[in-house]
Write a protein that binds this ligand. Sequence first.
Ligand code: G3H
Length: 476
Amino acid sequence: DHTTHPFLINNEWLESKTGETVPIHSPDNGVQVGQVPAMSREEVNQAVNLAADVQENWAATEVHERSDLLHRWADELDQVADKIGAMIQKEVGKTFASAKSEVKRTAQLIRHTAEEGLRTHGSFIQGDAFPGASRSTKAMVQKVPHGVILAISPFNYPVNLAASKIAPALVTGNTVVFKPATQGAVSGLMMIDALVKAGLPKGVLNVVTGRGSVIGDYVVTHPKLDMITFTGGTATGQHIAKKASMIPVVLELGGKDPAIVLEDADLKKAAKEIVSGAFSYSGQRCTAIKRVMVTEQAADELVEKIREHVAALSVGYSTEEVDIIPMIDQKSADYVTGLIEDAVKKGATIVHEGQNDQNLLSPVVLDHVTEDMEIAWEEQFGPVLPIMRVANELEAVDLEKRNAYGLQASIFTKDMEKAFTLAERMNVGTVQINGKTSRGPDHFPFLGVKNSGQGVQGIGRSIDSMLRDKVIVLNL
Ligand code: G3H
């Protein structure tokens, strides 16, 4: 399919004057499923300028109207959940069931954002708390939008992780320049079509598509941007943070989330949670469990239970509604294979493996992974789970302290006192006690420290991040 899916500027669907396009290939079979315009810098400039031109008017719109737009958008999305789900499946190789549930989750997220947006407010401060001032000096602290927000979303949730930026930006009176990941861009454009049908005013959201090498740095350094919110790989996020200057940048990047399992844990539950946390969408989630640290006493039993669950995972193509689907592209699959080879060469044992077919990798469980192996530290973003055996929880804490990432961590134990003590020591955004690592529920704060990001998302916090204080002082 060589259909070109146009971008949106000023509520017009356009193709690039360059005539150039970027193809999108299905991870399932490599077949082309569409293409998006490769926009020029001039066209990107127009998209940003228009968003800047209309921003003041949009901010002046009453917040209940902006909130209503989001409610209508959620309703439109619900109606086309099957259609968008089918496109997500084609573009990024999710099964239809999980693709459709991504769209449904997004409609719920947008509704919740619409409600939360109504409840944002500033504060009122009396001056007499500081010597020299008196109560005749009063500050009204209002919450105002930053202006134009660039939202860049990744391939793994092309609809949900885009809307989780766009919805809070719109309800707070910011305008948006949306740059979807190329793989997933068509699903993202379909989601924006639903927003247009819901009544998006002209210019309030414009889309840019194309080659990162041509427009990437140009768009992130555009002088009319007031904020960037990005989800994607750590290297790209760090690059954006260096390029952007004097504007807030919210980043949600990679992770190397550990599951720490102590000997008193419910091992049956731990194994189930770990396998679903590590292998859903073939491990292509920032919040996937990416290494297990288990105390020696519990290790044999846990490994056997994990093996049983992994052996039961079905492997195939997204059209077959299986558990393990092909990785997004061959390069990512080769990277994972390289990590496995390095670990095996250095003495890791393979507990479970299967047949591979190009970018379709069967799930692999590696036991006896040690610190000298790359997979002990590198983010695999694929269907392989390394298990590290530790003498006790202190060794696990020590390993985690040296993690370059700091997104989430899971702790499995029945001893709540111990769980809380360990949780206090984890330098991560979120600690899950007796559950797998995961972003949701979507109104919880979601953040990563160290190489996992900066700033905080989750519905309420995303809204906060898109507003700033504006102080008006009354001198009576
Ligand atoms: O890939 C990063 C996502 O934010 C993870 O979201 O935990 O809902 O899969 P999830």
